[in-house]
Design a protein around this ligand. Structure first.
Ligand SMILES: [Zn+2]
Length: 306
């Protein structure tokens, strides 16, 4: 039975693709799931013993340094290292992600522990807002040394609780002033994907559900992409696991509440006419956005001179 289903899968996927394409090309459509609405998320100021702090990024692709806000002068607008403007979004994200992609991010600090970075990126009408990190991280000069799925607790009050996350062990070369590699910074990149109805660690599972929901239900909610980065101490290379198991259950209720809030707007009607990539807007004002473009009213046709 399972073998048969597996055999039928490529055929069914092809059929779904054809149907999705027909649906996408058939002019005006009504879409549910609120793909353009605000994301009701605020990064928690504290998570138990962890306290959150904003991160700023140098917008020069030569420098690309990042800074915790507490290490910058108040209201600093320029990079202390090179003088280029600072922004809330990294140069890499700015160049790789479609415009109007909402990103929420905080570094979490705790005395005696490495800083943990938590980031949420959301797709809307643009599914390219969520990239495979395997490609992105390598494009940014990282090497992935190992990759696997891990089951970790996600409920502080229940040590037996478990959720799946994908773990990438990465190393990033450290270069001296002459550009020569002087060492490696090791860290762990942990992620999973969610929408109001589902969670998964696999991009192909997300794509499958997106196709299915779009083609058969006209349901196109935002997908969220949660990632947690933890530096690795060469003295105790496995300490990140305990950090993750302490941090993630504290962060997870924020995700649960967010998914519930997003779900409560599933019946909002969005009328799509033309191409969906024109409609990738963010209606909130609470997120850092990649290149922010507000679609103006359609330009009236120029009047013909007599
Ligand atoms: Zn700089």
């Amino acid at each position: 039975m399972l073998a048969q289903a597996k055999k039928a899968l490529p055929g069914l996927t092809a059929l779904a693709l054809v149907l999705a394409t027909i649906a996408a090309l058939s002019g005006d459509r009504v879409i549910y799931g609120d793909p353009t609405g605000p994301v009701p998320l605020e990064m928690p100021a504290t998570l138990g013993p962890w306290s959150g702090e904003k991160v700023r990024f140098c917008q020069s692709d030569q420098c690309a340094a990042s800074f915790l806000v507490s290490t910058l002068p108040p209201d600093a607008a320029e990079c202390p290292m090179c003088g280029a403007p600072l922004g809330d979004i990294s140069v890499g994200e700015m160049s790789l992600l479609p415009e109007n992609t909402p990103i929420f991010r905080s570094a979490y600090r705790r005395a005696g522990h490495p800083d943990v970075m938590a980031t949420f990126v959301f797709s809307g009408m643009e599914r390219r807002s969520i990239h495979k990190p395997q490609r992105c991280l390598v494009a940014q000069g990282n090497r992935i040394t190992d990759e696997y799925t891990l089951h970790v607790p996600n409920d502080v009050s229940d040590p037996d609780s478990r959720m799946s996350v994908r773990v990438l062990e990465i190393s990033h070369p450290v270069r001296g002033a002459d550009g020569k590699v002087t060492g490696q910074n090791a860290s762990v990149y942990v992620y999973w994907l969610f929408n109001p109805e589902r969670e998964t660690v696999h991009h192909w599972v997300r794509l499958g559900w997106m196709l299915f929901d779009n083609a058969f239900r006209s349901y196109r909610p935002r997908w969220g992409y949660a990632s947690i980065t933890i530096p690795r101490d060469p003295e105790s290379p496995d300490a990140w696991r305990a950090e993750l198991e302490d941090f993630l259950p504290r962060l997870y209720p924020t995700v649960t509440a967010l998914r519930r809030d997003l779900d409560s707007r599933r019946d909002r009607v969005f009328r799509l006419s033309g191409h969906s990539w024109d409609s990738n807007v963010y209606e909130g004002d609470n997120a850092a956005l990649t290149r922010h473009i507000r679609p103006g009213p359609a330009k009236p046709a120029p009047k013909k001179e007599k």
